[in-house]
Design a protein around this ligand. Sequence first.
Ligand SMILES: Cc1cc2nc3c(=O)[nH]c(=O)nc-3n(C[C@H](O)[C@H](O)[C@H](O)COP(=O)(O)OP(=O)(O)OC[C@H]3O[C@@H](n4cnc5c(N)ncnc54)[C@H](O)[C@@H]3O)c2cc1C
Length: 258
Amino acid sequence: MKIVVAIKEVPDTWGERRLDLETGLTDRGASAPVLDEIGERAVEAALTYADAHEGTEVVVLTMAPASATATVRKALAMGATSAVHVVDDTLRGADLLLTAEVLAAAIRRTGFDLVIAGNLSTDGGGAVVPAMIAEILGVPQLTALSSLDVSEAAVAGDRVSDAGTMRVSAALPAVVSITEALPEGRFTTFKGIMAAKKKPYETLDAGALGVAAENPAVPRYIMLSVAERPPRAAGTKIVDEGDAGEKLAAFLVAEGVA
Ligand SMILES: Cc1cc2nc3c(=O)[nH]c(=O)nc-3n(C[C@H](O)[C@H](O)[C@H](O)COP(=O)(O)OP(=O)(O)OC[C@H]3O[C@@H](n4cnc5c(N)ncnc54)[C@H](O)[C@@H]3O)c2cc1C
């Protein structure tokens, strides 16, 4: 079984996250870059299967700036077999579809039985890249799975919606995306970190993948403007001087809640 896990480097969720107001892209200098937590969970899901099934190959794949190497190595230190890193400055500002085309081309080149992705990245938050990859590859997709069961020939899982829980299944090869309901990524060990340094690490550009990336890459949707969210206004504090109930009721009426 060959499992390709799509991982993304994102600005630290707990640090300050900013947009570059000129380009509309993530300001990568504003906070420490990390492996997206949902990506860690996706790697964990693949490794859990690999732990129980000898001979499973887990390939981590990213399309990211060259500086993302340390993040990719973290996934190798967790236990992935090898890495494919698409590095190409002409892809800077790639929109969702171009990203999916690049990743699908890399997945096709690598070969796969199963692709595991996160359902939604912490920064871009488009939540459509996995579905687009499946469409381009022409394989079934199971998205937003809150549980994952992989067997030799099929993949299944639960998909929770407002109305209930669907049990879904598809024959392999397939693409799945998982939610934060799946277990957290395992800790890396010193042994794992040392082993990661010797694991196969392939870097490719758009040309090697046969993807037409012009310089600069031409997105098919265009960001018209970008503005920072205004700072949050301070809340209303009610001090109880024996009349807190009345003040609270008056506040709710004024806000149109009551
Ligand atoms: C030079 C360069 C600079 C870039 N700069 C930025 C930037 O500033 N901000 C930004 O958000 N993106 C950047 N990217 C990456 C790319 O543009 C985005 O990944 C893409 O638009 C996906 O958007 P999303 O996060 O909303 O996808 P979503 O659909 O929300 O992602 C869902 C899942 O798809 C997979 N996935 C998504 N993107 C990637 C990826 N790149 N590699 C592997 N798996 C992925 C992951 O499993 C993720 O959990 C850059 C890429 C390059 C090469």
